[in-house]
Design a protein around this ligand. Sequence first.
Ligand code: PMP
Length: 399
Amino acid sequence: FNEQELCEIKSEFSAFEYPTPTGQPLIYLDNAATALKPRAVVDAVTQVLTQKTANIHRSVHFLGDRATECYESARTTVSYFLNCDEHEVVFLKNTTEALNLVANAFASKGKILTSMAEHHSNYLVWPERQTIRLSLNQHGQVDLSQLDEVLTAENIELISLAHVSNVTGNEIPIEEVCKVAHRHGVKVLVDAAQSAPHQSLDVETLGCDFLVFSGHKLGSPTGVGVLFGKHQLLEEMDYWLKGGATVESVSLSSHKPKNAPWRFEAGTPAIESVAGLDSALTYLMELDMDRVHDHQLALGQHARNALKEYLPQAILLGEPSSYSGPLSFYVPGVSPHLLARGVSDRYSICIRSGYHCAQPLHDTINAPASLRLSHWVYNSEQDIETAIKRIAAFSNIVS
Ligand code: PMP
């Protein structure tokens, strides 16, 4: 985006208008954790809370109609966003819940193939005895050279991989993984928590069987995430949360479950968050996801160059062959928490420190806890340069 466009984008996010504790302008570079919300999302949520408050799929009054229409039209928007059928979109709480749902459904089937680079949510859900994890190469990337061999040797049922690492920003060639997997009759689940906010995702082109992401990382309120699943697979899948909204009818001796996707959406869902997700996706599609992706790639490159220039002692985690996400690094001898706290307290710069819920990845590449810079649509090259210069200045003070 050019300067003028960035200004316009930034003006859509009211978080930038509120005073910060230091009085300096907010620099928000913690987008991989969660993103700020555009006005359109705030308005959509307010509208539900003021004009469309009712439960969905049950009340036959006009407010019930509005709420149901609002909820189901969000499903249509997600189906455009992913290029899938509406019946293949399940609304859940977040990526973590979506991964747990699929893991639970596959618990009694064959083995799961995943990697050492996964977020804890795509790590802990798979039982150790059932799981094989691809190792990482010397660049901290998932070593896909073993894929065909492992699929030939082992009885794998499902591959579950992050599209883009939430630590190194490395992007996996999911299309190729799906082609190899399908040759072996294996299904593929894509953890798109870090790719959905940054690039256009077409599940038909990717060829995946499942894909999951969280709304809050792309501008919606918290409390809503998406599971895409091929319809036939969803229909065959067991649902684990039982109760209201999951059944067509209940008799004294049995019950008839609803079809997918509704039987997976137990109880009253986060209706206003789903409306917010609808708005967030519409906002992003209007910005144009290909342009969002170009912006992301340009900022990523700029961040790498700025790090070399202003903080040459920093050590980057991983060397992504295909870079499309956050970047993480550490300054030897300086606590990342101290740095993150310091740039927040002194300059109102928000970045994340720690293991980013990916401790096995840090351990595998022998890296200590790190600092993570993650940018999104409203960030500029200037934001990144300022943040890195401030981190450099602060690490000189404390080291
Ligand atoms: N997978 C990846 C790759 C992530 O980055 C995250 C969030 N950091 C998650 C899963 C979990 O997302 P949530 O906390 O929204 O469930």
